[in-house]
Design a protein around this ligand. Structure first.
Ligand code: SF4
Length: 189
């Protein structure tokens, strides 16, 4: 059997635990029963990659009955050695949305003090209308030297660290196509 850093650490951990508990007079039967009831018991391990940045930390996803039940850093992967930053560590909660993740567009009208839930059709149409209006009014085609710049300075884009590499690339190309030059990323701020 191929011995990996992970299986080695698992073995050491189990050995130390068994030795300590045995010496302290605890029943190992109970410990084994508890271990069997652990959340990932019987789950399939699927190796994957965190999608959130170019570091590409490797993760282990546990899947049981076709459902994702946990994600964790892969200790055998040389880049992250089991660790994940806050974004990678939140992968499971982002996927399951059990911790108050907002699933529908929220809109706060000008001057309003509260958010309203809107559907995607309304939201996307409203965004498109406002971008078009702003672009029609403010697009700068040439600078003071007469050089073509095709620049839109009145829209700023703030990206989210929960966009994947691929999503960020697509968003950036779309923004450039609109002439938007001011963009930043929440993870950098
Ligand atoms: S977002 Fe964090 S966990 Fe994910 S690949 Fe980048 S550094 Fe690793």
């Amino acid at each position: 059997m191929k011995s990996t850093r992970r299986s080695f650490l698992k073995g050491i951990g189990a050995g130390v635990l068994a030795l300590s508990l045995g010496h302290m007079g605890f029943s190992l039967k109970e410990a084994h029963a508890y271990a069997r009831s652990l959340k990932i018991e019987g789950a399939k391990e699927v190796h994957s990659v965190c999608p959130f940045c170019a570091v590409c930390c490797q993760i282990i996803a546990h899947v049981k009955d076709g459902q994702l039940i946990s994600t964790e850093g892969d200790p055998d992967f040389p880049i992250n050695e089991g660790s994940l930053c806050a974004k990678g560590a939140s992968l499971y909660s982002m996927y399951t949305g059990k911790h108050g993740r907002i699933l529908k567009p929220q809109y706060r009208a000008p001057g309003s003090d509260h958010w309203e839930e809107k559907d995607w059709d309304w939201t996307l149409t409203e965004i498109a209308k406002r971008i078009k209006k702003t672009r029609d009014e403010d697009m700068i085609l040439k600078n003071e030297k007469g050089q073509t710049v095709n620049r839109l300075e009145t829209i700023f884009w703030m990206g989210t660290s929960h966009a994947s590499n691929e999503e960020c690339a697509c968003i950036q190309e779309a923004l450039k196509g609109l002439g938007i030059a001011s963009l930043d990323h929440q993870a950098r701020v």
